[in-house]
Structures are given as C-alpha cells and as structure tokens.
Design a protein around this ligand. Structure first.
Ligand SMILES: [Zn+2]
Length: 485
C-alpha cells in the first residue's frame, strides 16, 4: 500500500514538474521591430475630434427620433476638415449617410484592405446627464482629455483614419494596393442600412479583401489578471447573435378563480430551467490562442495555468465561471431581456412572452443553440420563435497569416512594450456583414482601456486622452504604410 502511495506521489510530482517545465520554456510569441519615425501629429487633430463629438449623431431605438440634420452636419464636417480625402478619393454614399471611400493603389496584385469605423453613437440617458463631469456632447478638451459620447465608441477611430489619410495625401503618398474606408451611420442599430449595404455593394462587384480592421479589442491596462504589461487585444472572432421569443398561450380568466397553471407560471418556470442549465463551457479556439500568446508574458501562476490550459481545462473553466467576462468567453450565453404579460390586476392573462438574447460561441451555431434551448425547456406549451437578425459566430481569423502579422507589427512599432494577443469578441460589430468578402477580420482599436475608464463605454463620462488619439493616428499611419507600400 505504502509503495503504491509513493508511486502515485512520484507520478504526480513528475507530472507537475513536466507542466512547470512546459510553462517555463514556452517561448514568447512577441516579435520585435526597429523603431519607426512618424511625422508630427497636427495640433488640429484634437479639435477635429472635439467637433466630431459635439455633433450628436445618435442612433435612437425609435426611428422617428433620427435627426438627419446632425448626420448632414457630420458629412459637412468631414468635407470641410478633410479636403484632400473629400476631393481625391472616390466616395460612394449608402442610404444617405454611410460612406465608402476608395483610395486606388498603383496596381500591385495584392487584394485591397478595408478600415472600418462607425460614427453613430448610443444616446445618453437623460436622467444621467448631470452626472457627466463634462456635458456629453461638448467635446470639451480639458487638460489632456477629450470628453463626450463617442470618444471611445467609435469616433476616435474614424477621425484617426481620416487624419491619417489627409496626412498621407498631403505627403503625396500613393498606396500600391487599393485601400477602402467604411464610415457607417447605424452600427448601434445593427448596421442594416450602412455596413450591410456597403458589403452587398462590394460583394456584387466581386471585391475581396486581404483583411478588414474594425472596432473590437483595445489596449488593456491592469485588466487581465497575472499580466503586468499592457495587452493589445486583437479580436480574431466574434460571437454569434440570436434573439428568441418564447411565448405561451393558455386559458386566462378572472383572477378570483385561478384555474391552475397559467401562461406566466409556465413561462417563468421555463426561464428558470434555462437559468439552471447554462450551455456547456469549453475553451474555444480563440480563447486557446489567447492563452498561448499571454502565457509566456504572465506571472508564474498564470503562466502555469495559461501554458497548460489543455491539461488544466476543468480548473480554468471553473475559475473563469466566477467572473462575468470569463463566463461570456467560455460558453454561449443567454439572458432574458424583455418580458411581457398581463393587462390588468384582476385578469389572468392568456398570453405571456419573453425575449431571450443569446451570444453564440465559435463551434456552435444558431441552429444548435435553438435545439439546446428547446431541449432544456422541454415543454411544448412554450413556442420558440427565432427573431430576424440572427448570425452564426464568425470564422476565426488566422493568426499565422501575413494580415495578422501586419496588425501586430503596426502595434509593436508604435507601442513598443505592449504585448499583442488574439481574443474572442463577445459583442458584435459591423464587420460581420463582410464575412464573405475576406478570410481575415480583425477587431481592434489602439485605445487604452483600464479600470478607470472601462465603465464609460456606452456609459457615463466617455472620454479619450489626446495621447490615445495621437497614437491612434500613428497606428493607422503605420498600418497603411506597412500594408500598402
Ligand atoms: Zn461601436
């Protein structure tokens, strides 16, 4: 017995030593590049962003509140401040306010690239306006910060791209391959008029892109546990999207004589079953790559976990399940977002309905998600209806590709000490409409996100530092030169 015990202890020790050896010897995947020289950033850039923020290009839930004057002002603002972009690049307008710019290259064989951004913003909750330290549509520049709705999501990127192009045109730069820029006006409403129309137009013309860069990841500071360096998270995939309407229709009647189970009972019991039976957790391909890239850059404990993620999967999944962001990364999530039933206090309603919103992990599909919900509800009194606008998870873009290297290189050339790592985007972007037009979609903005400003995204006190704006311009400048020279 004692011998068996010793044997097992020796085996476990050897196994742990093997894992430790693996984590200590896993090489860094970060590449070094020589420093680059970037021209001075125009002092006008921050004023341009401030003006862009001051134009309230808001995507409201109700179509009737759409303010076309603001969107028209934004168009005038672009023409006025970016005269070379406006006059020298081919521009096509979609549904009045989304713009596709085409900068023709000198004709080399490579497929074009596409840089995307949206300039519509989410509304500010009226009750919170007084909690803003600077008014949300002021574009106030205070010390080193530019304030207002859209600063992070996503006006800084659009302005940085326009600044870059204006600068390059001024310098007489001519790209060797074609470059497209898409500025869309309804991303916050799902992109059905902007990005969707642009993608259909390009597809009709047979345009294929080497890569597409849209919003998504950012440069995180002090957010990823166990990694002290800043991390540029480049989204290589995004989750799928699905709304399901669940409804029941049973006998109603007078509330003084309840007849037994009614529609509200059946539907709430169904929702409780869904809550108790989440989708299975697993490490998807993008998450595995995230571990592979960050493992070598982490503190010892995290290095051990990240580099041995394959063996330690159950433990890692358990750990990630404890935090909302972790949970969203390891499984298809579902959450009820609308519930409606009842018309009067003393009437038992005949009908109850709920919307559940699902975000589908790579490896699963809209179809398999519906099948899981049906099986879990296991109640044919609950009708399940998929709503319009569903999408499967995106393909996973190849991190061994030249296109990924181009993005990483541009990050490392500008942000010397930043670690670059692929990741899974749990939200959705306009880029999903372009899935058929390229094999490589990357989702990244070179903006710094930290515990101090992370809540401002779609929330209060959205703001960006002047340094982040200037670094964004440097990044796009370098990306264009790396990709199109
Ligand atoms: Zn956005």
């Amino acid at each position: 017995m004692k011998r068996i015990f010793i044997g097992i202890t020796v085996l476990i020790t050897l196994f742990l030593m093997l894992l430790l050896f693996r984590s200590m010897t896993s090489p860094s995947r970060q590449k070094d590049y020589p420093a680059v020289s970037i021209p001075e950033i125009s002092p006008e850039a921050k004023r341009h962003l401030a003006e862009a923020i001051s134009i309230p290009t808001i995507s409201f839930g109700e179509e009737s509140r759409f303010d076309s004057t603001a969107f028209q002002r934004y168009a005038d603002f672009i023409s006025r401040n970016y005269p070379l972009v406006d006059s020298l690049l081919e521009k096509k307008t979609f549904n009045d306010f989304s713009y596709l710019y085409h900068w023709k290259g000198s004709g080399d064989e490579r497929d074009p690239i596409l840089l995307m951004s949206h300039y519509d913003v989410v509304p500010v909750e009226p009750a919170t306006i007084h909690n803003w330290r600077q008014p949300p549509y002021s574009g106030a520049i205070v010390a080193d910060t530019i304030w207002g709705r859209g600063a992070i999501d996503d006006k800084t990127a659009g302005i940085a791209i326009l600044e870059t192009f204006e600068q390059l045109l001024q310098e007489g730069y001519r790209p060797r391959r074609d470059i497209y820029v898409a500025l869309s006006h309804d991303e916050e409403k799902g992109g059905s008029r902007g990005a969707s129309s642009m993608a259909a137009y390009l597809q009709e013309r047979g345009v294929r892109f080497d890569y597409i860069l849209d919003e998504g990841g950012a440069i995180t500071e002090g957010i990823i546990p166990g990694v002290e360096k800043e991390v540029a998270l480049v989204g290589i995939a995004e989750k799928g999207y699905l709304n399901l309407e669940l409804s029941t229709s049973l006998s109603g009647g007078h509330s003084s004589i309840p007849l037994g189970t009614n529609s509200i009972d059946v539907l709430t019991a169904g929702l409780a079953r869904l809550r108790a039976n989440p989708f299975p957790a697993r490490i998807s391909e993008p998450l595995k790559l995230f571990f592979d890239y960050l493992g070598p850059e982490s503190t010892l404990a995290m290095k051990f976990a990240f580099t041995n993620a394959d063996v330690l999967e159950p433990l890692i999944l358990q750990g990630l399940s404890q935090i909302p962001q972790g949970k969203a990364n390891i499984r298809t999530t579902m959450v009820p977002t609308i519930f409606s039933s009842g018309i009067k206090e003393n009437v038992i309603p005949k009908v109850a309905s709920a919307n559940i919103n699902l975000r589908i992990i790579p490896g699963e599909t809209v179809e398999s998600a519906i099948a899981y919900v049906r099986k879990t509800l296991d109640d044919d009194r609950i009708r399940i209806q998929a709503q319009d606008g569903a999408s499967d998870p995106s393909k996973v873009s190849d991190v061994e590709s030249e296109a990924y290297e181009m993005v990483c290189r541009s990050v490392r050339e500008i942000f010397r000490e930043v670690v670059v790592a692929p990741h899974l985007l749990v939200g959705g972007t306009d880029s999903r409409y372009f899935a058929e037009l390229t094999d490589h979609i990357f989702r990244f903005r070179p903006l710094r996100v930290n515990p101090d400003n992370i809540q401002s995204f779609h929330g209060l006190n959205e703001r960006v530092t002047v340094a982040d704006l200037e670094n964004s311009i440097r990044f796009y400048y370098q990306l264009v030169r790396n990709s199109a020279s």
